[in-house]
Design a protein around this ligand. Structure first.
Ligand SMILES: Cc1cc2nc3c(=O)[nH]c(=O)nc-3n(C[C@H](O)[C@H](O)[C@H](O)COP(=O)(O)OP(=O)(O)OC[C@H]3O[C@@H](n4cnc5c(N)ncnc54)[C@H](O)[C@@H]3O)c2cc1C
Length: 824
């Protein structure tokens, strides 16, 4: 009995030590105390106690006394580590080094400090920015009609282009001293989101000059002369920029571009200079067909050593005015019916001065690093904003449509099947917006969150695709018939574009989120790698020793934490004071998930080593868990930041349950497919000691979420307005979105009158062959008054406007268009 108690005490003590990340000394003292207690109980130091005690003492000395540990343990381990450490190309290294680690680092810790999440300030707009949104952005949305842009102009109309240039839309990120608007990242995101609720061509045309491209690269790396010349011209739209990286042979593997520049002598403006002869073939370049200044990425070589010793200087970025002889632009691609300008460009042996390199000749060969460093900001803003705009449009309009459109004498939104789709649309829009706001906010705080921006790009665009698919299912035929009355088809057509650009989603999920996250966000892995590559062997050994011991402590702790939280249902995990008590369990569950994730990650890195890079399915699933932790953080932050509105709570609850449930599926999938079955068995027992953690959100909760979409906001419940805040809402009732805006309240008023009519029919007070006759009879008998009769008529008119689809002549009007064009 006594020995059993001692064994139990040892188990508890060891678990507490591991759980609390205790120091080596604390471990040694605890183990020593245990042996002392055992000896006391046993009546002295018997042999069975003395032998393990002595062995453990030796082990403690080995582990705690740093010089001994380093000599006997760390040095051989460092030698092995150096041998198995995968070699990394310079471009891989630069991609890995780029950007910063932000909140995602906490999520990798196994013990996120949730108070820190809520200390991150909420992004805010200035008065000037608010004014711009309410005036310039509102105005240009009003000037833009997506059907006409796509099917008549095949571009933004000249007046819209001019307005965008004159009002500085193309220079939102350019500092004021260069004539730009110098908006915050959050404001930039708000603008793109709002434009995307009106026209994707409009949004993309504004988004691209403000994303990774000439302006951004000049601001960070340009010479003063380049900044002084180009930035004011870009800010006012005198120059239209594009950036060409993608080559037919190098898409995802962009660092492999075969486009080359060769440093050589040549004649420039009448005199001989050292310049470069550049040949390139680019495709898919947004704004490429109309750009006046082309940012170009190519590999620069110096075979004659005109610049120095190095021959292969590496990827270099230059700004090439497109009027330069030999530059070919103008032809267009047709990206899934989108009419933003996009096309190929090319040039062969085009001679240009070295001054055209962004940052001047000193920056030759630094192009990849420059691009990687700026990637996070663009990824945090552009596509998350574009897709959130589409999702807001879907939420607001499809929700309204589901109330206005009736089948089987019921609004279709009240059928459970449609309700299910509406639930997903609303909850995903909530989450997408939360992720967009939090990630753009990080950029304003000076972060370049490499992993968070990849998560935002990947998941907001994926959720965007799901929202648009659900929206199309609810709209059915109305969504399929193209024409000016269709407000959703363009999003459906173009959703794959966002999936593909700025790191195609399969690659981002399989390779980047966890691949980069495991190295960048893990508290010790990068430090171990840096130590292994340290040029000074003594310092390298000392750094590696520190990183390795901390790493072991970290892994042991996550093992204990995952197990203990699994056994206790994470009920004892501490949560921050200043949160809505109703969300307390989420923080506890997320802490448990973080510990489980960190533990499985460490085991995977240990078991698979460099091979993990090739196990893309495992990497993708672990990335999904990290992403879920990030997305839930964003949702909780949004909920708190917006003032914990009780009416938003269903959106938060459904979102968190659904995201956690999917994280569990991902974690389950990772463990079930683990290449080593024994390790898989251990992982499952640690992560799910008492079974799975999360279940899918309930149908009852889903119904409350869907309800938000199918009724207009009221003074008591503004959840729908908050969900779709920042949308462009046209006033005209002949605009498809404007018609839905008017039809939704009209439908609700009409529903009340319809109830009166039905009651009157049931009570046999009125009868008639059709609805019109019943209305007539009810009005005649005073069952409904004039106002109610008008409400029915208004609803009928708006309903007809909302459900209508377009039809065209046999040739879709093409011959008329051709004639008009010829005349023009
Ligand atoms: C509308 C549009 C606008 C664009 N604008 C620009 C622009 O302005 N400037 C510019 O330079 N480029 C631009 N691009 C190019 C864009 O960045 C590339 O399309 C993108 O990088 C993917 O390259 P790819 O299309 O050649 O696909 P591929 O590289 O051929 O990839 C095909 C598939 O394989 C997957 N894949 C590739 N490698 C891996 C891997 N290791 N692991 C897992 N999956 C992998 C990808 O995820 C993808 O699903 C644009 C593209 C489009 C469609």
């Amino acid at each position: 009995m006594t020995w059993l108690a001692l064994a139990l005490a040892a188990l508890i003590a060891l678990t507490i030590l591991a759980y609390s990340r205790a120091s080596g000394l604390a471990w040694a003292l605890t183990v020593g105390a245990w042996f002392w207690a055992a000896a006391e109980l046993d009546g002295g130091w018997s042999l069975p106690l003395l032998v393990p005690g002595a062995l453990l003492l030796a082990l403690a000395v080995l582990l705690i006394v740093a010089p001994i540990r380093r000599a006997i343990l760390t040095r051989p381990m460092l030698d092995v580590y150096r041998r198995i450490l995968p070699t990394m190309s310079q471009t891989e290294q630069e991609a890995l080094d780029a950007g910063s680690v932000w909140w995602e680092g906490e999520l990798f810790s196994g013990s996120p400090d949730w108070a820190k999440l809520h200390e991150i300030p909420q992004p805010k707009l200035t008065q000037e920015e608010l004014h711009f949104l309410d005036h310039e952005v509102e105005e240009v949305c009003g000037m833009s009609n997506d059907w006409e842009i796509t099917h008549i102009h095949q571009d933004l109309p000249p007046a819209v282009w001019q307005y965008l240039k004159d009002r500085g839309f193309l220079g939102m990120i350019i500092p004021k001293k260069y004539g730009g608007l110098e908006f915050s990242a959050y404001m930039h995101s708000q603008v793109v989101t709002k434009l995307a609720t009106r026209s994707s061509t409009l949004a993309v045309s504004v988004m691209v000059p403000n994303s990774l491209g000439p302006a951004e690269l000049l601001i960070h790396y340009g010479t003063q002369a380049q900044k002084d010349y180009y930035l004011p011209r870009l800010a006012k739209g005198i120059e239209v920029p594009a950036f060409g990286l993608t080559n037919p042979q190098a898409g995802s593997d962009a660092a492999a571009i075969p486009d080359v520049g060769v440093v050589c002598k040549g004649i420039w403006e009448g005199r001989e200079i050292i310049g470069m002869r550049v040949s390139w073939e680019k495709r898919y370049i947004t704004l490429g067909p109309i750009c006046t200044i082309l940012g170009l990425a190519f590999r620069l070589t110096d075979p004659d050593h005109l610049l120095g010793e190095k021959e292969d200087l590496g990827i270099t970025c230059a700004l090439v005015p497109t009027r330069t002889p030999g530059v070919n632009i103008g032809r267009r691609h047709w990206p899934l019916n989108a009419t933003f300008q996009n096309g190929p460009n090319w040039g062969t042996n085009v001679f240009m001065p070295l001054d055209w390199i962004i940052g001047g000749p000193a920056r030759a060969g630094q192009g990849w690093r420059m691009l990687m460093e700026c990637l996070a900001a663009g990824r945090s803003i552009s596509l998350p904003s574009l897709n959130t705009g589409m999702a807001k449009l879907a939420s607001r309009c499809v929700g309204a449509y589901a109330r206005v459109r009736q089948q089987f004498k019921m609004p279709i939104g009240k059928f459970e099947g449609v309700e299910e789709a509406l639930t997903r649309i609303a909850a995903r829009t909530y989450l997408m917006d939360a992720c967009r706001i939090m990630t753009a906010g990080a950029v304003d705080l000076g972060e370049k969150p490499a992993v968070a921006s990849a998560i935002a790009k990947l998941h907001v665009t994926e959720m965007g695709r799901q929202v648009v698919n659900d929206a199309m299912d609810v709209l059915a035929g109305k969504g399929i018939m193209l024409g000016p009355s269709n407000f959703m088809a363009r999003a459906y057509q173009q959703v794959p574009i966002a999936i593909t650009v700025e790191g195609a989603n399969i690659l981002t999920r399989s390779l980047i989120v966890f691949g980069q996250g495991a190295i960048r966000c893990h508290p010790w892995v990068l430090k171990e790698m840096e130590a292994a590559r340290h040029p000074d062997p003594r310092q390298g050994l000392a750094d590696f020793d520190h990183a390795l011991t901390s790493h072991i402590q970290f892994a042991l702790s996550n093992f204990a934490r995952a197990l203990v939280m699994g056994l206790t249902g994470s009920n004892f995990v501490r949560t921050p004071e200043a949160i809505d008590p109703r969300t307390r369990r989420y923080y506890q569950q997320l802490t448990r998930l973080s510990a489980s994730f960190a533990f499985v990650s460490d085991v995977s890195m240990l078991v698979l080593g460099g091979g993990l890079k090739r196990r893309e399915k495992l990497s993708a699933r672990l990335g999904d868990v990290l992403s879920a932790l990030y997305l839930c953080s964003a949702a909780l932050k949004r909920y708190e930041g917006q003032g914990r509105h009780a009416t938003d709570a269903p959106l938060l609850h459904w979102t968190i349950w659904d995201t956690l449930y999917h994280a569990q599926i991902a974690l389950d999938g990772a463990i079930a497919n683990y290449p080593n079955r024994l390790v898989a068995w251990v992982l499952r027992r640690v992560v799910y000691p008492l079974g799975r953690m999360f279940h899918a959100p309930s149908d009852e909760l889903g119904a409350r979420v869907a309800q938000i979409l199918i009724a207009p906001s009221s003074d008591e419940n503004r959840a729908r307005d908050r969900l779709t805040a920042g949308m462009y809402l046209p006033k005209s009732e002949t605009d498809p979105v404007g018609a839905l805006e008017a039809a939704l309240p009209a439908a609700l008023k009409a529903e009340i009158v319809e109830l009166k009519l039905r009651a009157a029919v049931r009570e046999k007070k009125i009868s008639g062959p059709d609805h019109a006759a019943l209305v007539e009879a009810a009005a005649a008998k005073g069952i409904i008054n004039l106002e109610e009769r008008e409400a029915l008529a208004r609803y009928a008119r708006l309903r007809d406007e909302v459900v209508k689809v377009d039809h065209f002549p046999q040739d879709f009007g093409l011959s008329v268009k051709v004639q008009e064009r010829a005349a023009a």
